[in-house]
Design a protein around this ligand. Structure first.
Ligand code: NAD
Ligand code: MG
Length: 395
C-alpha cells in the first residue's frame, strides 16, 4: 500500500491522478489533497477518497471548505496555507507526492517533498525550470526519486537504457533526446492573425485537455521551451543534445536517438493518465483507464521542424537554457505574468513573447546558489514584467 499526497488535486493533473488511484484502491491510499481556491471540488474529492488532510491556500476558500466539511460530516482535517502544503508534502506517513500545482507556487512544497526524500511525481515543470541544478542536487542529497510526469519526459524516461546514469548521455550511446510537440492550436494559423487570437482560442488545444496556463504555453510553445529546460535538468544533458520535433498528432510522446541509428519512442493516446499511472506504479505497470492505440485507425504520422518566427518563445527558452540558471528563472517568472495578463485580456497574444524578451533584456544574469536567491530573482523578474505590461497598456 502506497500513501500519496496530491498537490494541486483539483487541477487537470490532480483529477487525472485521482482517477487512476480510484482504479486501484488496493494499492494507493490518499494522505492529503490540496487546492488554491476550489473549496467545493476539494471537499467532493475528500468525500470520495477520505484523505487525512485537505489543504487550501486561499483564505476565503479555506473558510468555505471548513463549513462544507462540517455539513458533510467529514473526518478529513481542513488545513490552511503554504506551511500546511509543505507539511503534507513531507509528512513521514507519505511515500509519494504528486507535484501538480501550476507555476512557481508549486516550488516550495515540491522542494519540501524532495528534501523529505519522497518519490516525487513531477508534473510542476516550473519548479524545476526555476531551480535546475539546485533541485537535482537536493534530490540526490536527500535520496528523493524524481519521476517525470510531463508526457515527453516520461516518454524519454521510458526510452532511456534501464541502467542510465544521470548525465552519462554519451557513455550510454545516446545521440539526442527528441522532444516532440504538437505545435498547439495555431500550427497553421496565418501569422498575420496572431495579434488577434483570444484566450479561449489559445486554450482550445487540439489533442490535450489541460489547465489554462499550460494551454497558453502550448499555443506559444513556451511549454516546449520549459520542457527543453526541464529535459536538460532531468536527464543531465546539454542543450545541444536536445532537439524539438513537431508531431501534430501527439501519438509519439518523445524519443531517444542512439549513436547506432536506433530511435526508441514511446507512443500512446494523448491522455495524462498513462504517465501518471507509470509514475505511481514504477517499475510496475497498472491499468490507467486509457484505451489502447489501434494502429489500423491511426492516420498519418508527420514531423517538421518548428518555425521560430511562429514560436519566438521557444527560441527565447532555448537561449535562456544556454545562458544559465538566472535566465531560466527570469523567463519563467516573466512568462507567468505575461500569460496571466493575456488571460485577463490586458495584452495581446503576440505580446507574451515581447514581454518575456524585454524582461530578459532588462534583467541581470547573476549566478544562483540558493533557493532563497531563486525566489528573489523570481520576484524581481515579476516586477519588471509587470512594469513592461503597464507601460504597454499605457502606451
Ligand atoms: P490546473 O490549472 O488545472 O491546476 C492547478 C492546480 O494547482 C489546482 O489544483 C489549483 O488549485 C492549484 N493551484 C493553483 N495556484 C495555486 C497556488 N497559488 N497555490 C497553491 N495551489 C495552487 O493545472 P494543470 O494543467 O493540472 O497543471 C499542473 C502542472 O502540471 C503545471 O505545472 C503544468 O505545467 C504541468 N503539466 C500539466 C499537464 C496537463 O496535461 N494538464 C501536462 C504536463 C505537465
Ligand atoms: Mg508536456
Amino acid at each position: 500500500m502506497q500513501t500519496i499526497t496530491i498537490l494541486g488535486a483539483t487541477g487537470s493533473i490532480g483529477c487525472n491522478t485521482l482517477d487512476v488511484i480510484a482504479r486501484h484502491p488496493d494499492r494507493y491510499r490518499v494522505f492529503a489533497i490540496t487546492a488554491n481556491t476550489q473549496a467545493q471540488a476539494l471537499i467532493q474529492q475528500a468525500q470520495k477518497f477520505a484523505p487525512r488532510y485537505a489543504v487550501l491556500t486561499d483564505a476565503n476558500a479555506y473558510e468555505e471548505a471548513k463549513t462544507l466539511a462540517v455539513q458533510a460530516n467529514l473526518d478529513t482535517e481542513i488545513l490552511y496555507g503554504t506551511e500546511a502544503l509543505n507539511a503534507v508534502a513531507s509528512d513521514q506517513a507519505v511515500d509519494a507526492v504528486m507535484a501538480a500545482i501550476v507555476g512557481a507556487a508549486g516550488l516550495l512544497p515540491t522542494m519540501a517533498a524532495v528534501r523529505a526524500g519522497k518519490r516525487v511525481l513531477l508534473a510542476n515543470k516550473e519548479a524545476l525550470v526555476m531551480t535546475g541544478e539546485l533541485f537535482i542536487n537536493a534530490a540526490k542529497h536527500h535520496n528523493a526519486q524524481i519521476i517525470p510526469i510531463d508526457s515527453e519526459h516520461n516518454a524519454i524516461f521510458q526510452a532511456l537504457p534501464h541502467d542510465y546514469v544521470y548525465g552519462e548521455t554519451h557513455q550510454k550511446g545516446i545521440a539526442k533526446l527528441l522532444l516532440t510537440g504538437s505545435g498547439g492550436p495555431f500550427l497553421r494559423t496565418p501569422l498575420e492573425d496572431f495579434a488577434n487570437l483570444t484566450p479561449d482560442q489559445a486554450c482550445a488545444h487540439p489533442n490535450w485537455d489541460m489547465g489554462r496556463k499550460i494551454s497558453v504555453d502550448s499555443a506559444t510553445m513556451m511549454n516546449k521551451g520549459l520542457e527543453f529546460i526541464e529535459a536538460r535538468w532531468l536527464f543531465g544533458v546539454e542543450a545541444d543534445d536536445i532537439e524539438v520535433v513537431l508531431h501534430p498528432q501527439s501519438t509519439i510522446h518523445s524519443m531517444v536517438q542512439y549513436i547506432d541509428g536506433s530511435v526508441i519512442a514511446q507512443l500512446g493516446q494523448p491522455d495524462m493518465r498513462t504517465p501518471i499511472a507509470y509514475g505511481l506504479a514504477y517499475p510496475e505497470r497498472i491499468d490507467a483507464g486509457v484505451s489502447h492505440l489501434d494502429f489500423s485507425q491511426l492516420a498519418d504520422f508527420t514531423f517538421t521542424k518548428p518555425c521560430m518566427k511562429r514560436y519566438p518563445n521557444l527560441a527565447l527558452a532555448i537561449a535562456a537554457c544556454k545562458a544559465g540558471q538566472a535566465a531560466t528563472t527570469q523567463l519563467n517568472a516573466a512568462n507567468e505574468i505575461a500569460v496571466e495578463a493575456f488571460l485577463a485580456e490586458q495584452i495581446r497574444f503576440t505580446d507574451i513573447a515581447k514581454v518575456n524578451e524585454q524582461a530578459l533584456n532588462q534583467l541581470e544574469p547573476i549566478t544562483v546558489s540558493s533557493i532563497q536567491q531563486v525566489l528573489e530573482i523570481d520576484k524581481s523578474a515579476r516586477v519588471v514584467a509587470k512594469q513592461i505590461i503597464q507601460a504597454q497598456m499605457n502606451g
